[in-house]
Design a protein. Sequence first.
Length: 648
Amino acid sequence: MKKFIQKLKGNIYLVFIYRILLLYVLYSLTRLVFFIYNYGHFTDMNFVGILKALKGGLLFDTSALAYINILYTVLYFVPFRFRHHRYYQNALMVIFIVTNLAAHAINCADIPYYPFVLQRTTIDIIGEFSNEKNLVALFFKFLVDFWPVSLYWLVSSFLLVFFYRKVKVEKAKMKSGLLYFATGLAAFAVIAGLSVAAARGGFRHSTRPITMSNAGAYVKKPDQMAIVLNTPFTLMHSYEIRGYKRETYFSSETELDKIYTPVHLPSSNPQKKENVVIFIIESLNKEFVGSLVPDLNGGKYQGYTPFLDSLIRHSLTFRHSYANGRKSIDALSSVLTSIPRVEMPFVLTPYYRNKLNSLPSLLKEMGYKSAFFHGAPNGSMGFLAFTNLAGVDEYYGKTEYNNDKDFDGIWGIWDEPFMQYFANTLDTFSQPFVATLFSVSSHHPFILPEKYKNSFRKGDFPLETCVEYTDYSLRRFFENASRQPWFNNTLFIITADHVSLNQREEFKNDIGYFSIPIIFYKPGSDLVGLDTVTNAEQIDIMPTVLDYLGYNKPYVAFGKDLLKRQGPNYAFNYLNDSYRLFMDDYLLLFDGQKPKGFYHLDSYRTLGPDQKKLNSPKEQEMETFLKAYIQQYVNRMIDNNLTVKPAQ
């Protein structure tokens, strides 16, 4: 042991690693204490589940520790000899101990506090206790009332200090000052890169900075995410999350529900056990689908989706169809849970822990198996976490595909082989099933597999060529799937995640920014034709499918049934601090207080003149409906009222 410690002392970098490892041990131990102390709330968490939570917790600990120790890390790695000096090291120890013991105290405080709020503490606690005059007295009472946790903090803090001091940095052994500086500077650059990656949650190009919702990838239920997370992380990452303010446009719930309610009644259709396969195609702007924009280029425009154009002739398609957001994660909540983006993606709001309906969870009640396929590295874009919380049974990503020869090097597995994998895997499923595939190849930097470099037209923009490759991949999927026994018993839905890089002037406007295809195809059925009247949107997919299959219970969804064509003909989205409502042939922009614009739309949805000064009855009708829609959405989020509660 002494020999090992002596070796550590001789290498300033090994000493740093040793001290950071102490923190990992401390955080994992505290996570176990949190679980044991609150076991009554996690009785359904088995041994495998807690191991998975501990493993996932390392990701969030890494991010939190990167932020907490940023000052210590910078000062520790300055490439000068004085950092070996005893006084300098003592100063570093003070910084390390003060910052980490404070963070550790915050983490420990949530152990007894959790039963009161059933979640990790967020920045909201500042506002919650800002008016308390006796915080000092409350603090000391907290220490006494929950003395086991206080004792744990004291003992664990003492051990951290003890083991920190056990290994001290000795004098630099490198004689050359220039070589010492060069080596230290290189180490500083490396640690800077590692720290950024640690704070973000990974190195990959596709990695987005992790948020609290990513903890859902390691648990089966939303409340279990508290085990995976740590409180310093939730405090640091919740400061940017704004909660909604309760809306009171209408004082009467009866009046509100009469204007608009997201509660859908049981379907009157007989139940049928048809499979459901949903394609969410990356960046599939409607302008790329030639059959949906026949007037472009004076009627000469061909588009970049020859297969989809052929499929549309046998499908139900909507000329006026919209995305509910501008990000991929917006699409997932819109399509699978009928929750649109309002101000920010749903998964980044404080309400992502709410109990919610989803297409997979509701169809599970009818005996459906559910699966989600995304060729990117597992966990990319936060999809693994969201689908887990949405009740998806199985996730198939790059890990399950298990063949990096088909990896594009940046985003994921090329669409063509991954869609073949999708078809072949579906063939192993028992019916009925609901499965969703999210494609990856039509994404920046817009590269194709080497063997297809010259197989597709060179469009005016690189994205168009990649869209044609993905369209070809869909053709290959349907060729394969059509030979499978489940094919004729399957409803296929094809849409986009969002609009990306509008190419033509006709689509560079408030309508084009959200215009995507929404296609329903059922082999041999009467679901055919081009609907030129209905305003369709992503959040309509879930209620449309549920009614089509005869789901016989009430549920909450903010979309409508596209097949019934009853009630207001609306679509909703949000952009640039404006609520946007399409209704019939009009578009209303609303800032929450007053209209910002009111437009008439022609048959191809180009904007007519701004008519907001006309104060027409149609504008008043739309403003009333939109206020009711906003109030239902916001207040239900605040009240965790996104499901229909069973009758008492």
